[in-house]
Design a protein around this ligand. Structure first.
Ligand SMILES: [Fe+2]
Length: 487
């Protein structure tokens, strides 16, 4: 391996038995460039592009209880070309990260804490948080765009050098949520934000030239906690779900997500539609973290995602788990909130919604061939998790046409990351390509990049590249071709 250690940060973290500061979630504090890494098997020559992963890496002790989404964002990029791979990783140099580095301690209270305990004004839908840019990552207009789940500025990096380019100049004052969506057909980036001030949500479109093309307010009845949006060729879909902060407690300054006895609502708006063109549809109460795809079929808009059967789960109990930590653990444990693959159909003629589960297993964090985003897709790749944990232990592939599914288990004590689909060069069908994921192997105390044939996931990786260090876990990853990265 050809390894260059570019930077090492000395954390001020004190040792802790917090489950999300150890094991596969142990933070990483070094930045490296690596080539000529050990490969088990052979890297396919028709795998060409960049896998980009965002992870959570706290540097300082939390103010209050640490939540695994409070970490500082770190981007890992592994680039494939002609059967070779090169890897590098860098912290996202957010304003919050730099300020806390200078201070030598945490400045902002996290998701499980009280924003009043933050030492300075901050960012986000809830206010006075750190924008760690640690949640999501997409490639748009030839640049990486990293985002924070509770809204932030949007940080841009070069997909190859991981040089920091700055924040997204088009982002509105309220920031942008995680999960802006890239339409590969048009190059548009669709985004939304949410917050505590009326109208409580905005939706917008940025062109392939990274210039703002469109933005409208989406008026909600009050502060909400949407996490993801969806789009079809012609429409964008924005949710208003009944899991949101308790209004009375919010008045007193407490942010307590509570499941209300209200329908789930969906705003459906033409991509460049005006406020007057928003149509609202009602559906069964639930909370959905992630949608997998949406498309138009006849007079219906079809939406697919993971319907939570228990959006406000009871705390996980254990000998060393206090109720606050137990609640935190439950809200990130799929075994607790029970997300089921689900399909909604919104009839544009009648205004009615029909909906049903597609699968009864707990699944989430799904990926598709992004060239099929917005149109009807046949194949879906979901992750499975370790019960009680936010750790991905395998993948389930669905053929949504036949109803068949196949699966891959990563092995005991081996935990993967979101596994986006990478089309093979000159691909001839929707699933003609690979799934790429980073796996942390706690048996060997190392991380690997695995490349899986999407047509036959049960066969296991076609190649495994040993990464130069054990990375921390996190939430989201993406794949981009070299063309999408600007080459
Ligand atoms: Fe997410």
């Amino acid at each position: 391996m050809n390894l260059k250690i570019v930077n090492k940060i000395t954390p001020t973290l004190t040792p802790s038995d917090h489950p999300y500061l150890n094991g596969a979630w142990a933070p990483l504090h070094e930045e490296v460039d690596a080539t000529e890494m050990e490969v088990i098997g052979e890297i396919p020559k028709d795998l060409s592009g960049v896998y980009v992963r965002n992870t959570e890496n706290p540097v300082h002790d939390a103010i209050g209880t640490y939540h695994p989404f409070d970490g500082d964002g770190m981007i890992h990029a592994i680039s494939f070309k002609d059967g070779k791979a090169s890897y590098r990783n860098r912290f996202v140099q957010t304003k919050g990260f730099l300020a806390e580095r200078e201070a030598g301690h945490s400045i902002w209270s996290g998701i499980s804490g009280n924003p009043k305990k933050s030492l300075r004004p901050g960012w986000g839908a809830r206010g006075d948080m750190k924008d760690g840019s640690s949640t999501d990552v997409v490639v748009h207009g030839g640049e990486i765009l990293a985002t924070h789940y509770m809204c932030g500025e949007g940080y841009r990096l070069d997909p190859y050098t991981l040089d920091q380019i700055g924040t997204a100049p088009w982002a509105p004052p309220e920031g942008i949520s995680a999960h802006p969506k890239v339409d590969l057909t048009t190059g548009d980036l669709l985004f939304f934000n949410y917050g505590k001030q009326a109208p409580y949500m905005h939706y917008g479109v940025v062109g392939a030239d990274r210039k703002l093309k469109h933005i409208i307010p989406v008026e909600l009845p009050g502060p909400r906690l949407p996490h993801d949006m969806a789009f079809t060729k012609n429409y964008s879909i924005l949710p208003d779900m009944p899991l949101f902060w308790n209004a009375e407690l919010l008045e007193a300054g407490f942010h307590a997500p509570t499941f209300h006895d209200l329908p789930t609502r969906f705003a459906i708006v033409p991509r460049f539609g005006s406020v007057n063109e928003i149509r609202w549809f009602e559906a069964d109460p639930t909370f959905v973290l992630h949608w997998t795809n949406a498309y138009e079929e006849g007079n219906e808009i079809v939406l697919e995602g993971y319907f939570q059967e228990d959006p406000d789960p009871a705390p996980i109990e254990g000998p060393n788990i206090n109720p606050r930590l137990g609640k935190l653990l439950a809200t990130i444990d799929e075994n607790s909130f029970k997300p089921k693959l689900h399909r909604w159909r919104f009839n544009l003629d009648t205004g009615k919604t029909t909906e049903a589960h597609v699968d009864e297993r707990n699944l989430e964090f799904g990926t598709i061939n992004q060239h099929y985003a917005g149109i009807k897709s046949r194949y879906l790749y979901s992750t499975t998790t370790e019960p009680g944990w936010f750790l991905f232990n395998g993948i389930v592939k669905h053929d949504l046409e036949t109803g068949d599914s196949s699966s891959l288990y990563f092995g005991d004590n081996r935990y993967g990351s979101e596994a986006p689909f990478a089309p093979r060069l000159n691909a001839t069908s929707e699933d003609d390509g690979y799934l790429v994921s980073f796996i942390t192997d706690l048996n060997r105390k190392r991380s690997e990049c695995v490349v899986i044939d999407a047509k036959n996931i049960a066969a296991g990786p076609v190649c495994t590249i040993i990464l130069p260090h054990q990375i921390s876990s996190g939430t989201h990853a993406t794949w981009a071709s070299h063309g999408e990265c600007g080459q």
